[in-house]
Ligand binder design. Structure first.
Ligand code: HEC
Length: 124
Protein backbone atom coordinates (compact mmCIF):
# COMPACT_ATOMS: atom_id res chain seq x y z
CA UNK A 1 0.00 0.00 0.00
CA UNK A 2 2.68 2.40 1.05
CA UNK A 3 4.77 1.42 -1.97
CA UNK A 4 1.76 1.89 -4.17
CA UNK A 5 1.19 5.41 -2.80
CA UNK A 6 4.84 6.28 -3.25
CA UNK A 7 4.76 5.04 -6.83
CA UNK A 8 1.61 7.01 -7.46
CA UNK A 9 3.31 10.11 -6.08
CA UNK A 10 6.31 9.55 -8.34
CA UNK A 11 3.95 8.96 -11.23
CA UNK A 12 2.05 12.17 -10.54
CA UNK A 13 5.27 14.13 -10.19
CA UNK A 14 6.49 12.76 -13.51
CA UNK A 15 3.15 13.53 -15.11
CA UNK A 16 3.31 17.05 -13.68
CA UNK A 17 6.78 17.64 -15.10
CA UNK A 18 5.75 16.22 -18.43
CA UNK A 19 2.72 18.52 -18.46
CA UNK A 20 4.86 21.56 -17.65
CA UNK A 21 7.28 20.49 -20.38
CA UNK A 22 4.53 20.18 -22.94
CA UNK A 23 3.01 23.49 -21.84
CA UNK A 24 6.36 25.30 -22.03
CA UNK A 25 7.01 23.86 -25.48
CA UNK A 26 3.53 24.92 -26.56
CA UNK A 27 3.93 28.43 -25.14
CA UNK A 28 7.30 28.81 -26.90
CA UNK A 29 5.90 27.48 -30.15
CA UNK A 30 2.81 29.71 -30.06
CA UNK A 31 4.93 32.76 -29.22
CA UNK A 32 6.76 32.15 -32.48
CA UNK A 33 3.89 31.11 -34.69
CA UNK A 34 1.01 33.34 -33.60
CA UNK A 35 1.01 36.43 -35.81
CA UNK A 36 2.30 39.46 -33.88
CA UNK A 37 -0.37 42.05 -33.09
CA UNK A 38 0.76 45.50 -34.27
CA UNK A 39 -2.27 47.23 -32.72
CA UNK A 40 -1.52 45.73 -29.30
CA UNK A 41 2.13 46.62 -29.91
CA UNK A 42 1.19 50.28 -30.36
CA UNK A 43 -0.30 50.30 -26.85
CA UNK A 44 2.57 48.24 -25.42
CA UNK A 45 5.14 50.58 -26.97
CA UNK A 46 4.27 53.48 -24.63
CA UNK A 47 7.23 52.33 -22.54
CA UNK A 48 9.50 52.75 -25.58
CA UNK A 49 8.14 56.17 -26.61
CA UNK A 50 10.11 58.03 -23.96
CA UNK A 51 13.24 57.42 -26.02
CA UNK A 52 12.17 56.10 -29.43
CA UNK A 53 9.16 58.41 -29.83
CA UNK A 54 5.52 57.27 -30.07
CA UNK A 55 5.87 57.27 -33.86
CA UNK A 56 9.25 55.51 -33.80
CA UNK A 57 11.20 58.71 -34.50
CA UNK A 58 13.61 58.98 -31.61
CA UNK A 59 13.72 61.93 -29.23
CA UNK A 60 17.51 62.33 -29.36
CA UNK A 61 20.19 61.96 -32.01
CA UNK A 62 22.03 59.21 -30.08
CA UNK A 63 18.92 56.98 -29.97
CA UNK A 64 18.03 54.99 -33.10
CA UNK A 65 14.77 55.60 -34.99
CA UNK A 66 12.61 52.47 -35.18
CA UNK A 67 9.88 53.69 -37.55
CA UNK A 68 9.65 51.58 -40.67
CA UNK A 69 12.53 49.32 -39.66
CA UNK A 70 12.23 45.71 -40.86
CA UNK A 71 10.34 43.42 -38.48
CA UNK A 72 12.96 40.66 -38.67
CA UNK A 73 15.74 43.06 -37.77
CA UNK A 74 13.80 44.57 -34.85
CA UNK A 75 12.82 41.25 -33.29
CA UNK A 76 16.36 39.90 -33.70
CA UNK A 77 17.76 42.92 -31.85
CA UNK A 78 15.14 42.69 -29.10
CA UNK A 79 15.89 38.99 -28.55
CA UNK A 80 19.63 39.75 -28.56
CA UNK A 81 19.09 42.48 -25.93
CA UNK A 82 16.90 40.13 -23.89
CA UNK A 83 19.46 37.33 -24.00
CA UNK A 84 22.36 39.74 -23.47
CA UNK A 85 24.18 38.81 -26.68
CA UNK A 86 23.83 42.48 -27.70
CA UNK A 87 24.97 44.73 -24.87
CA UNK A 88 23.21 47.99 -24.06
CA UNK A 89 22.71 49.06 -20.46
CA UNK A 90 19.37 50.66 -21.22
CA UNK A 91 17.97 48.07 -23.62
CA UNK A 92 19.13 44.99 -21.71
CA UNK A 93 17.27 46.21 -18.60
CA UNK A 94 14.31 47.34 -20.67
CA UNK A 95 13.46 44.10 -22.44
CA UNK A 96 14.70 41.45 -19.98
CA UNK A 97 11.37 41.26 -18.10
CA UNK A 98 9.23 41.59 -21.24
CA UNK A 99 7.55 38.50 -22.70
CA UNK A 100 8.56 37.50 -26.23
CA UNK A 101 4.96 37.94 -27.41
CA UNK A 102 5.04 41.63 -26.37
CA UNK A 103 8.42 42.16 -28.04
CA UNK A 104 6.99 40.70 -31.25
CA UNK A 105 3.99 43.04 -30.99
CA UNK A 106 6.08 46.19 -30.51
CA UNK A 107 8.45 45.10 -33.30
CA UNK A 108 5.40 44.64 -35.53
CA UNK A 109 4.07 48.08 -34.56
CA UNK A 110 7.31 49.95 -35.29
CA UNK A 111 7.84 48.02 -38.54
CA UNK A 112 4.37 48.94 -39.85
CA UNK A 113 4.90 52.71 -39.42
CA UNK A 114 5.31 54.06 -42.92
CA UNK A 115 8.21 56.36 -43.60
CA UNK A 116 9.19 58.22 -46.75
CA UNK A 117 12.73 58.33 -48.03
CA UNK A 118 13.74 61.17 -50.28
CA UNK A 119 17.38 61.14 -51.29
CA UNK A 120 16.97 64.46 -53.11
CA UNK A 121 16.48 66.11 -49.78
CA UNK A 122 19.55 64.70 -48.07
CA UNK A 123 20.65 66.84 -45.13
CA UNK A 124 23.47 69.22 -45.89
C1 HEC B 1 15.63 55.08 -21.81
C2 HEC B 1 15.66 55.11 -23.26
C3 HEC B 1 15.15 53.91 -24.02
C4 HEC B 1 13.96 53.23 -23.85
C5 HEC B 1 12.85 53.52 -22.83
C6 HEC B 1 13.91 52.21 -24.88
N1 HEC B 1 15.04 52.25 -25.64
FE1 HEC B 1 15.48 51.05 -27.22
N2 HEC B 1 17.30 51.94 -27.40
C7 HEC B 1 17.77 52.97 -26.61
C8 HEC B 1 19.15 53.26 -26.97
C9 HEC B 1 20.05 54.33 -26.34
C10 HEC B 1 19.49 52.34 -27.98
C11 HEC B 1 20.86 52.18 -28.66
C12 HEC B 1 21.51 50.98 -27.98
C13 HEC B 1 22.94 50.73 -28.36
O1 HEC B 1 23.80 51.50 -27.91
O2 HEC B 1 23.22 49.76 -29.08
C14 HEC B 1 18.30 51.54 -28.24
C15 HEC B 1 18.24 50.55 -29.21
C16 HEC B 1 17.08 49.87 -29.54
C17 HEC B 1 16.94 48.97 -30.65
C18 HEC B 1 18.02 48.63 -31.67
C19 HEC B 1 17.86 49.53 -32.85
C20 HEC B 1 18.88 49.31 -33.95
O3 HEC B 1 18.86 50.08 -34.91
O4 HEC B 1 19.68 48.37 -33.85
C21 HEC B 1 15.67 48.51 -30.65
C22 HEC B 1 15.04 47.54 -31.63
C23 HEC B 1 15.01 49.12 -29.52
N3 HEC B 1 15.88 49.95 -28.87
C24 HEC B 1 13.70 48.89 -29.19
C25 HEC B 1 13.10 49.38 -28.03
C26 HEC B 1 11.78 48.99 -27.59
C27 HEC B 1 10.86 48.04 -28.34
C28 HEC B 1 11.55 49.65 -26.42
C29 HEC B 1 10.34 49.54 -25.52
C30 HEC B 1 10.00 48.21 -25.09
C31 HEC B 1 12.72 50.47 -26.15
N4 HEC B 1 13.64 50.26 -27.14
C32 HEC B 1 12.86 51.32 -25.06
C33 HEC B 1 17.05 53.65 -25.65
C34 HEC B 1 15.82 53.28 -25.15
Amino acid sequence: MRTHLALTAVGLAAFGLATIGVFTAFAAASANTVKPDAAAGKTESVQCALCHGSDGMSVATNIPNLAGQNYEYLIQQLIAFKEGTRRSGVMNEMVRPMPLAVLRNVAAYFSTIRIAVNTDKAKK
